[in-house]
Design a binder for this molecule. Structure first.
Ligand SMILES: [Fe+2]
Length: 255
């Protein structure tokens, strides 16, 4: 049921929108919160939202400044939900996974992240461990590079490099069992400053993460880590730390 106040406020909002589309798009949540615009006016409000969320062009070259300002604002709020979309993809890997392994891809990733967390690794490493195989479903031939591109703007260069190349470094553990594959594929990176970090990542937080009885933390536990890392300013110098070698935390497993 639409009341008079809703119709009146909606008319004002639409008129205002025609004059200031960008401003009103950002003000929409506030209009709802304060009750100036009520969600009771379902059909009309949805129409307004759709109107506000649509640019005027069908070819990019015909877009106006207002169009691109509007899209820019939508992109900012869309970027803010990256962590949520990654969590959804990880969850999906709990159902749709590679056959033959004793645990799902999600469980493998949780085990990897939990081992990093128990080793007192920083957020960069923990998030990288959690996401290192996220490309398995969508880019199985280059899953390492896909994961690296996802984290690249938000973690250190060293961590990204390790994830980008972990596929080659993992081959030391199994490639000799497959005809024509080279277990020493990692040798091509010998001498690289991040080489040892990749060796350690695979040894401590990847090749050993297939234990069905391992007590890993839940996906919900790691959600705040993802939220924190993906809320960082993209490509900030203090995050990327170009050329800096930190390595994995030193742990004496014998103790
Ligand atoms: Fe893995």
């Amino acid at each position: 049921m639409v009341n008079l106040f809703d119709i009146l406020s909606l008319s004002i909002v639409i008129t205002f929108y025609e004059a200031f589309p960008t401003f009103l798009t950002s003000a929409l949540p506030w209009l709802y919160e304060t009750g100036i615009l009520s969600r009771r006016s379902n059909a009309k409000t949805l129409k307004l939202e759709a109107c506000m969320a649509t640019v005027s062009f069908t070819q990019m070259k015909h877009g106006t400044r207002e169009d691109y300002q509007l899209l820019h604002q939508h992109e900012e709020s869309f970027h803010g939900k990256t962590a949520q979309r990654l969590l959804a993809e990880l969850k999906r890997q709990g159902q749709d996974s590679l056959d033959g392994y004793p645990i799902s891809r999600l469980e493998h990733s949780l085990q990897s992240a939990t081992r990093a967390w128990r080793d007192n690794a920083n957020d960069d490493w923990i998030v990288a461990a959690l996401l290192h195989d996220i490309g398995d479903g969508l880019a199985p031939q280059n899953h390492d590079r896909m994961a690296a591109e996802i984290i690249r703007p938000f973690v250190s260069e060293e961590v990204t490099w390790v994830i980008e190349h972990h596929g080659a470094f993992q081959m030391i553990y199994y490639a000799h069992h497959i005809d024509g594959w080279n277990p020493n594929d990692r040798d091509q990176y010998a001498g690289h400053s991040y080489y040892q970090s990749a060796v350690d990542f695979c040894e401590r937080w990847d090749q050993n993460c297939f234990e069905p009885d391992y007590e890993n933390q839940s996906l919900e536990f790691f959600a705040p880590f993802l939220e924190r890392v993906f809320a960082r300013k993209a490509y900030a110098q203090k995050t990327i730390k170009a050329g800096e070698v930190s390595g994995l935390p030193i742990i004496n497993y014998a103790l």
